[in-house]
Design a protein around this ligand. Structure first.
Ligand SMILES: C[S@@+](CC[C@H](N)C(=O)[O-])C[C@H]1O[C@@H](n2cnc3c(N)ncnc32)[C@H](O)[C@@H]1O
Length: 293
């Protein structure tokens, strides 16, 4: 959604744009090029991504400030009065997915999946240490895995013989035991574990909570699965509501002027056919935009 992100922020000519998910700096670079009088704060919790982007954005060094940390925490430390745009392109980067040593992909040599490699919880602890009911819970809630009970039980049985050591081993195990579908059978199990390891839903909720305090700011959020998209959609709906009276109230007594701004994308923006052809991962990306007044 590269061009769509550029279009989202094209009218911002002053102040600061915050890129909450710097990654390898593609969006930040495009925004710094396009909006040549803005400043940019780039956040990521992955040291490798920050180092990569620091080099890539070196020529903009006078206009950027790169910060390491979780965006839910970092956003609260920023002076919002100057911020005119906030972008979050949540999920994993290709840099993380394609590196077998990080354990995000099915070929991963380790069982890790931490975006921040100094964080204490990794996929290894989740897969080998969580109780059967904890596994069921994350597979059901974060992966919407149909056979969540079955796969949780099988993992627990298997790890009593030998613990899981790599993402590859786990992916092969899932493929052998879960029903085949259009996607790799391990996709949703991996999604669930990754969300748990990185606290991804709480991160998104935390970011949205803080943005409530921002004014005069355009917010663009790209999500990659329905759980996140639902959170963004519902929050934007809530932000755009004038009336905050109880749904059962006989008549409105709140003043009917509580909207924080307006929804710009009635329907989410999705990737074009040609983008999906060149970047298949973009097929599940959804961009929603809100203008905080
Ligand atoms: C999909 S990539 C972003 C790609 C980026 N837009 C680009 O153009 O290269 C997501 C990045 O956000 C980071 N990330 C995800 N959740 C985060 C969080 N809660 N706090 C900080 N960084 C996060 C990941 O480490 C990853 O590098």
């Amino acid at each position: 959604l590269f061009d769509e992100v550029k279009d989202t922020f094209v009218d911002i000519h002053e102040g600061t744009i915050v890129d909450c998910t710097l990654g390898y700096g593609g969006h930040s670079e495009a925004l710094l090029e396009q909006n040549d009088s803005i400043r940019l704060i780039g956040i990521d919790r992955d040291d490798t991504a920050l180092a990569f982007s620091a080099k890539r954005l070196e020529r903009f060094r006078d206009r950027i400030d790169l910060k390491k940390g979780r965006f839910s925490e970092m956003i609260a430390t920023i002076d919002s009065s100057d911020v005119r745009g906030v972008l979050a392109d949540i999920g994993v980067s290709s840099l993380q997915l394609d590196h077998a040593g990080r354990g995000f992909g099915f070929e991963g040599e380790v069982l890790d999946m931490r975006m921040d490699q100094s964080a204490s919880l990794s996929a290894k602890e989740v897969v080998n240490g969580y109780s059967q009911s904890e596994l069921e819970h994350i597979f059901k809630e974060y992966g919407e895995v149909r056979e969540y009970k079955k796969i949780a039980a099988l993992i627990v049985q298997q790890r009593m013989k030998k613990s899981f050591e790599s993402a590859k081993e786990l992916a092969t195990f899932c493929a052998a035991h879960l029903r085949r579908a259009k996607i790799h059978p391990a996709t949703l199990v991996f999604q669930a574990i990754r969300i748990e390891v990185n606290g991804e839903l709480a991160e998104l909720e935390g970011l949205l909570d803080t943005l409530r305090r921002f004014r005069n700011c355009r917010v663009g959020i790209i999500s990659f699965h329905s759980l996140e998209d639902r959170i963004v959609k519902n929050r934007f709906k809530e932000w755009s509501r004038n009336c905050i009276c109880d749904a059962n109230a006989f008549r409105c007594t709140c003043g009917n002027d509580h909207a924080m701004g307006k929804i710009i994308t009635k329907k989410p923006i999705i990737a074009t056919e040609s983008e999906i052809r060149t970047n298949p991962r973009s097929r599940s990306a959804k961009l929603r935009v809100f203008d905080i007044g």
